[in-house]
Design a protein. Sequence first.
Length: 98
Amino acid sequence: MERILAKSTLKEYWETHPDSEQYLKTWYDTAMNADWRTPADVKQTYANASILKNSRIVFNIKGNSYRLIAKFNFEKQWIFIRFIGTHAEYDSINAETI
């Protein structure tokens, strides 16, 4: 089973952006129940996910209204939430180093 570190980060975000709540909960539930061993496995579930350097994957949330960046450790089955924000906020960060 995947272990997502910092679910509280998701909760804090949807409390200030209520329109993202169901989408983030769906992402969380999907990730918790997935058996992702490689970036290609993630792409099987989320075809629009972007695979970046440094073990990061970008997910489009709510039809690309929001972006979620997660850092993966596939060996340990850990997912670290690195960023959640609007598309505009995403454009102002370096997704590969955040």
